[in-house]
Ligand binder design. Structure first.
Ligand SMILES: [Ca+2]
Ligand SMILES: [Ca+2]
Ligand SMILES: [Ca+2]
Ligand SMILES: [Ca+2]
Length: 301
């Protein structure tokens, strides 16, 4: 009897996708290192965390999978897109409307309107879209429902809930079970959510977390940017550099350098330090330099 060797699942390995502009789209993996996926300069990249990466180029919208390689979804170049459910993508084609591409069914038009904000509720077939002049809507299983006639400045989506920054009208949360509730009267400068929590940059009022119905002030200073890692963990950039917050242990200073962007997920933090290149940070091992090149965008899961 031969031993059966289980293939390593690509999603079990740390993976990051990197837009290096003129050098194209690259994948870095824990076990395999760097690999160029495309020579063309990506406009936008995103992944569903299940081995699929979507990328828009001047040549249109494409999907990459480690097993299947590239699939050309359309020659049209979307204004924006977001993966929703495994292998599927919803794309905003401006005046040509909002369309979904599904692995099983191909393209279908969800709306003839030009979407503004666009977000997917986790890995399920739920989409939140804001249509300027027509308010905020939720799409689920083929049906639209209007959540608000107002247009938010920013949304953070969950499966059955959405946080919406309505500017001077404050921060609100809509949930299937409870409808709308105002969480704060203040206008957030920035939001990031994960695991049911939302982290809010409230300017001079500092950094706050809303979770399970309660606010907690995490810092009294104004963050430059923030990135949720989970309901009990987040990264934030202040003038003093990059910090990590954890509910149990509080703040930890990770770097005095200011990253230009952060991407986080299952495999720790990927930080773009501009001319200092791309770095990975993990609680166990600290910093690791992945490339000296300056990425335009980075996405992990
Ligand atoms: Ca680019
Ligand atoms: Ca649009
Ligand atoms: Ca705002
Ligand atoms: Ca701020």
């Amino acid at each position: 009897m031969k031993p059966h060797v289980e293939p390593l699942e690509s999603r079990d390995l740390a993976t990051v996708y990197v837009d290096l502009n003129g050098l194209g789209l690259w994948q870095w993996r824990e076990a395999a290192g760097w690999r160029q996926l495309a020579q063309e300069d990506p406009k936008e990249i995103d992944t569903d965390g299940q081995g699929n990466v979507f990328a828009s180029f001047a040549s249109g919208l494409w999907r990459w999978h480690d097993d299947d390689g590239w699939q050309h979804l359309t020659r049209l170049v979307p204004e924006q897109f977001v993966p929703f459910s495994i292998g599927d993508v919803v794309a905003d084609f401006g005046g040509a409307g909002l369309w979904a591409w599904r692995d099983t069914a191909g393209w279908s038009q969800l709306s003839s309107l030009d979407a503004g904000q666009l977000a997917a509720g986790g890995s399920t077939s739920t989409i939140y879209a804001d249509f300027p002049g027509f308010g905020l809507w939720r799409w689920r299983q083929g049906t639209w429902s209007q959540l608000s006639p107002w247009n938010p400045e920013e949304i953070v989506a969950e499966v059955d809930a959405v946080f919406a920054d309505f500017g001077v009208s404050g921060l609100w949360r809509w949930a299937v079970s409870t409808g709308w509730a105002m969480l704060a009267a203040q206008d957030p400068e920035g939001l990031s959510g994960r695991g049911g929590a939302v982290y809010g940059d409230f300017g001079d009022l500092g950094l706050w977390r809303w979770f399970d119905g309660e606010w907690r002030q995490l810092a009294a200073t104004n963050p430059a940017s923030l990135e949720a890692a989970g309901s009990h963990s987040a990264y934030a950039v202040f003038s003093s550099g990059l910090w990590r917050w954890q509910a149990e242990t509080g703040w930890r200073h990770l770097s005095a350098s200011i990253p230009s962007s952060l991407s986080t997920g299952t495999f720790g933090l990927f930080a773009d330090f501009g001319t200092l290149g791309l770095w990975r940070w993990q609680a166990e091992t600290g910093w690791r330099h992945l490339t000296a090149l300056d990425p335009e965008q980075v996405t992990t899961f």
